[in-house]
Structure formats: C-alpha cells, structure tokens
Design a protein around this ligand. Sequence first.
Ligand code: BT5
Length: 280
Amino acid sequence: MSNNHGKEQVLEIDFSLQHELDDIIKNLVNLTSSLAFYKLDSTNDHALMLEKHGQKSGLVVLAALQTLGRGRLKRQWHMAEGDIALSILLRTPYIPKNLTLLPMVVALALLDALASMGLKVSCKWPNDIIVQANDEMPTSYFGHWRKLSGILVENVFPDAQNIASVIGLGLNLTPKAHLKDIVPHMANLCDYLPNVTRADCLKHFLTNLDREISSFNQPSHDQKILKRYKEHCATLGRQVITLLNEPIVGQACGIHDDGSLIIDDGYKQHRIFAGDVRLA
Ligand code: BT5
C-alpha cells in the first residue's frame, strides 16, 4: 500500500495489541471495530484513507509504532514503542452538532481516564493535555507545565449531509531521553503513574469516549461540555501570548461557543481561532 509520501508501506497486524484492543471494544456501543498494526506512518492518515473507502463509523486504529505522526500546522508528533498513537473514525450522527467541541470531548475523556487512574491533568487550549512539572524550570511555551498528550481532529465532508471526523490521539507513556532536546516540554506517564499500562489507558480512555459519544444528542450537551472544558482549562485566567501571526498579550478570559479563545489585552477582547499560546 502506498502512503502520502509516495513510499510503499507494508501493513502487518500486531496480534497481541489487536487482542488487547478487541477485549476493550467488545464492551462498547459506539466504538465497534478496531485495527492494530505493528507500524504505521500515521494512524490519522490510515483512518482517513479508510474513510474514503467507505469505512463505517466507530473504527479505532492503533499503531504500536508510528513513524510519521502529525500534529497541527504540519508539525511532527514523536512517539516511541510503548506509547499510544491512535485514531478513531466517527461519522454523522456520532459527531456533536457543534463540531468545534469534538477536541474538547476527547480531552475530557482522557482527563477523566487519567484522573480515575490517579493523575490530575489539565487542558491547554486548544488541543493539549498537560501536567504540572515536577521541576520548576519553565520550558518553551508551556511554562511550568509539560505536554503529556496531543489531539488532532480532522474533518472531511463526504457529501452535503454528512461529516466524518478522524480523532487522533498521541499519549506519552514511556521514557524518551533522546527527545529531550527536541521536545523539552514533553511529559511521560511513567514518571507520574509508573504502574499504569497501555491497556489500562486504552480501556479507560475508550470507555469514556464511547460514553461521551452516546451523550451527543442529549439536551444541553454542548453547554455541559464547554462548562467542563473551561473548568479544566489551565489556559484560562492566565497571562498569555499568542504564537501565530501578530502576538497578542493579555489575559485568557474565556472560550467562545465556537471554540475560540478570548484574550483581554486591557483595551479590548480578541478571539483567537488557531495556533497556540505561551503560558506564563
Ligand atoms: C498535537 O499537535 O499535539 C496533535 C498530536 C496528535 C498526534 C496523534 S498520534 C495519532 C494520530 N496520528 C497522527 O498522525 N497524529 C495523531 P500540535 O498541537 O501541533 O503539537 C505538535 C507539537 O507538540 C510539536 O511541534 C512538538 O513541540 C510537540 N510534540 C511532538 N511530539 C510530542 C510528544 N510526544 N509529546 C509532547 N509534545 C510533543
């Protein structure tokens, strides 16, 4: 099979990982099929390719090793064997009406999963899961926080009525000393919850997400998600600087219904739709 980079990619099922995943999926109602590979370029690319071929909603794609993981804005996502790289394909009607809420739903499912295993984490707008650093050295744009997980939601519109979303999630579990200089703001779960396994994380996260998907059509769902996300968002209430385009400096004071971050610079409020902010 050829990938987006023009090279041949040999796909092999990782039967032990597949078994691990099937054991979880059999108890879920919205996430109903799974594929676990030894190695993929990008689980999001693979899920998007399957979407084009008519794959049904509810597929979970997992790779024991991902070699060309993507973040937003063409940035790279690094991983090592033992970490989690997964993508989930959802289609209408298993998508919230307000699409901008989907990354927040995913963040909350992971946040609850980690909390139930004993680790309190926070969200950093727009798509990071962060943990308070043990040391006090500020690193890059994460200040005194470290990034444990990143979320990449990519939407496609197969026709006028339907939407398909691929949710990508990268979660660091294992030590990665070789990446210390490249990603100084990285956190790895083994430093916080040494006894937690990949299977534990998958089980808690996928079970929570499955439950969240079932609640998409409940009354006031969107407002509840937004409220919960704001409660756990470490960006809010802090002095921030935007990192895309002309810098805006001010206090992050809210998140709009459309997912944009509201920054008050003392004179007026700005709405930020994309990019990142530096945390003080
Ligand atoms: C993200 O992008 O954080 C979304 C990452 C999504 C990765 C998953 S893995 C499964 C699925 N398949 C894919 O191909 N992608 C998804 P962004 O906000 O753009 O952050 C990227 C930035 O995070 C990089 O520029 C680095 O600074 C940093 N980074 C890269 N790898 C990291 C890691 N393992 N841990 C923490 N930070 C990392």
